[in-house]
Design a protein around this ligand. Sequence first.
Ligand SMILES: N[C@@H](CCC(=O)N[C@@H](CS)C(=O)NCC(=O)O)C(=O)O
Length: 277
Amino acid sequence: MSGKADSGKLYHLQCTGIAKATADAHSTPKDITLFGSCFCPFVQRVWAALEHLGIDYKYYEVDPYKKPADLLEVSPKGLVPGLRLENYSPPRAVNESTVILEFLEDVAATTTKRSLLPPVTEPYARALIRLQADHVNRTLVPTFYRYIQAQDEEKQIQAGKDFVEAINGLVKLFQRADKESGSNVGLWREGGTLSLADVMAGPWLFRSTNVLVHYRGFAVPEGPQFRAYLGRLLNYPAFKRTCSAEELYIDSYERYAHNRPNTSQVANAINSGTTLP
Ligand SMILES: N[C@@H](CCC(=O)N[C@@H](CS)C(=O)NCC(=O)O)C(=O)O
């Protein structure tokens, strides 16, 4: 059992805290509309990247479980995030958080000149960041859901260990990049700036400090290097601007913590052992 009774809380439909101020400041039409949901970690990736890259956008809150027609037009499975590109007639769209991140990186290369990656003249350094990002998608993200959805105590303990292993795997890849590449290795290095891997992992690392602590008594790994990294990440202005108050996440993840039926396409995939949508 999860240790806390299911009080039937539903996911939130509006950002709170700092994220609300950011959403309010981005409520007028722009060339890019971000279809987002306040609780969604895949959205938070893209949102923090927009903030970091300095690309202007409109934030548009949608309920991805209701699948409104305008969301289905930008994202065929009705999943957030989606981007609607308003400067085409009719508008065009990009979905899938990882594809959107690469798209925004390309947009920034010729506009704001900011980046989530080392320069193209350093292909190996870029590959090291992409290896980290690959590990996040392949291991850290699914392990997070297996942990929060596990109901049986034994399974929770095992999933908690697997989640720590996933973090350790990421730390090893960070250490390797720190050793092997000269510039722009992301926030792992003191004084670094947000990388593609940081922005991909950040939303789940953040939720591990609130949702997993609350529902699973998760002990956030204590290594001083990891703690310093986590501090830099969670306090990084572009990331922080996308964070709602903690209660929003606690409420919104109660359905995962009790593995309520049909919580989401991600939850269903975890339960049936298939790949994430
Ligand atoms: N692979 C997608 C996953 C996005 C995703 O699962 N988003 C969730 C919200 S956190 C969603 O839209 N769920 C709606 C549903 O499950 O029907 C991505 O990376 O963008």
